[in-house]
Ligand binder design. Structure first.
Ligand SMILES: O=P(O)(O)OC[C@H]1O[C@H](OP(=O)(O)OP(=O)(O)O)[C@H](O)[C@@H]1O
Ligand SMILES: NC(=O)CC[C@H](N)C(=O)O
Ligand SMILES: [Mg+2]
Length: 506
């Protein structure tokens, strides 16, 4: 789950894009990029690193123009080399740059088709570059001069017919406008906003999360519908059309559990409210199932679980204490690239306040347990700080299946709950008791905010993949391609060679 943003404005957009990417940083910490259009050309800066490190004043000064797009990356396909930072560029037709959040499940086939049939060269291993070429090829076929919104929509319709997986996309077509679209299941979020200026002119913005609109001073108009495309011309005129044959909203439920910021609203659901409901549901389950459990205090594992833990504490009638202090300079550990780095970072990120643990029976709360990197270490820390008993509650159910839609969990083997029951997981993380949310309760918690959400993308919990094209042979292929060891070998050789071709500037 990367973060994407695009603005068609009436004044320079560089600072607004930068600010939006900073607000979306929690969605991707590996690389960042911005492309703007000025004087009939693209201006681009992209590199590995956090937003604050990638863009220096000299870059910002060169990113001129009133329209642009941006991306923060959390790699889920290809490599984490700078050459795969986004946006990507193709020169024909017109000149297009594209930023993508999600992951394609048929990228291999599409790549072959683009090479063989469309005679396009894709220079990196990124699925997003494949998606850009599919879109460019279809736009080339659809084109009427001058380019009309309908041509763009026809191209997007054909993209939907070929591409499988998750994709929330924003792209610039030079000399024409900005296009944004969401896959027919709406797996990854995308919102549309606007700002009305004093002279009555309107600026438009799309972003992965509504919080980006808030911070830039745009008002939320609505979510981009699954399968829908939005086209905003250079002149600032907005067009939209449903471009999918059978759209069916099935947002990734993990966005609500972990990825999105609590102050965002996704598919008419306040992420904060959904987490509060998750806390209540889990609190009720704890009361039901652990009737004679003796808990002195409820302690969250910062940062995502704080809102959930507070609600659990209220539900149980127990005190809530912030027993761990988070180092504000260390990012999210789950989206860090390798297990070694993730493990090391948990310890430097979180530290216990001994007085909150000494001689107490504590209930630790986290939003989820994925690889068990956090929970194992945190429980040890709680014991070292003097806890008498350490119980653990997870607001998400057991995660047993790989994710193929933009979360970097490509193999079951790395998941602590794979092939294990609750007792086995409990002893592995060295807890005195462990409880997970039920999937029905998790879905109900989110649905409470928007009853129209009848279906979610829940594959990591139940192995049901909404796009219907994911089978065991695909999962085996992914396992070989993207397991931690394979990634480490690839990154090492790329680091040594560093000979890739890409059109970034430094
Ligand atoms: O079982 P694991 O593999 O450790 O993954 C789950 C943990 O990772 C995430 O925290 P993270 O540090 O990424 O971010 P946060 O500060 O937003 O909680 C999540 O909130 C859990 O704490
Ligand atoms: N997390 C994402 O959305 C990643 C986008 C794309 N698959 C990449 O790896 O760059
Ligand atoms: Mg966490």
């Amino acid at each position: 789950m990367c973060g994407i943003v695009g603005i068609v404005g009436t004044t320079p957009v560089n600072q607004a894009l930068y600010d939006a990417l900073t607000v979306l940083q929690h969605r991707g910490q590996d690389a960042a990029g911005i492309v703007t259009i000025a004087d009939g050309n693209f201006k681009q800066r992209k590199a590995n690193g956090l937003v604050k490190d990638v863009f220096e004043t000299r870059h910002m000064q060169r990113l001129k123009g009133n329209m642009g797009i941006g991306h923060v990356r959390y790699p889920t396909a290809g490599s984490s080399s700078a050459a795969e930072a986004q946006p990507f560029y193709v020169n024909s037709p017109f000149g297009i740059t594209l930023a993508h959040n999600g992951n394609l499940t048929n990228a291999k086939d599409l790549r072959e088709q683009q090479t063989r049939l469309a005679r396009r060269h894709i220079n990196t291993t990124s699925d997003s570059e494949v998606l850009l070429n599919v879109f460019a090829h279809e736009l080339e076929r659809a084109v009427d001069m001058p380019l009309r919104a309908d041509d763009v929509f026809a191209a997007v319709s054909r993209v939907h017919r070929q591409v499988r997986g998750a994709y929330a996309v924003v792209a610039l077509i030079i000399g024409h406008g900005m296009v944004a679209f969401r896959d027919p299941h709406g797996i990854r979020p995308l919102v549309l906003g606007r700002r009305v200026n004093e002279d009555g002119s309107i600026e438009y913005m799309v972003a992965s999360e509504s919080v980006a609109l808030d911070v830039i001073g745009f008002e939320l108009m609505r979510d981009v519908a699954p399968g829908e495309a939005i086209y905003i011309s250079e002149q600032g005129q907005l067009f939209s059309l449903q471009c999918a044959d059978n759209p069916k909203l099935s947002p990734c439920i993990f966005e609500y559990v972990y990825f999105a910021r609590p102050d965002s609203c996704i598919d008419k659901v306040s992420v904060y409210a959904a987490r509060v409901h998750m806390g209540r549901k889990l609190g009720e389950k704890i009361k039901r199932e652990w009737q004679d459990l003796d808990i002195d205090v409820v302690i969250p594992i910062p940062e995502t679980s704080c809102d959930i833990a507070l609600e659990i504490a209220q539900c149980l009638g127990k005190p809530y204490r912030q027993g761990f202090v988070k180092n504000r300079y260390i990012g999210r550990t789950f989206i860090m690239p390798g297990q070694k780095q993730r493990k090391k970072s948990v310890r430097s990120k979180l530290n216990a306040i001994s007085s909150e643990f000494k001689g107490k029976k504590v209930l630790l709360v986290d939003d989820s347990i994925v690889r068990g990197t956090t929970s194992g270490q945190i429980i040890d820390m709680a014991r070292e700080a003097g806890a008498e008993k350490v119980y653990f509650a997870s607001a998400a159910p057991e995660i047993r299946f790989p994710n193929v839609y933009g979360i970097d969990m490509p193999t079951s083997n790395e998941l602590i709950a794979y092939g294990r029951d609750v007792d086995e997981i409990c002893s592995l993380i060295r807890a005195d008791g462990l409880i997970f949310q039920d999937l029905d309760d998790l879905q109900a918690a989110v649905r409470e905010e928007n009853p129209a959400l009848t279906q979610f993308e829940t594959s990591v919990f139940n192995g049901h993949y909404v796009t219907g094209d994911v089978d065991q042979s695909y999962l085996n292929y992914l396992n070989v391609l993207r397991n931690d060891d394979a990634k480490a070998v690839r990154e090492w050789s790329e680091g040594v060679a560093d000979l890739e071709l890409y059109n970034g500037e430094s």
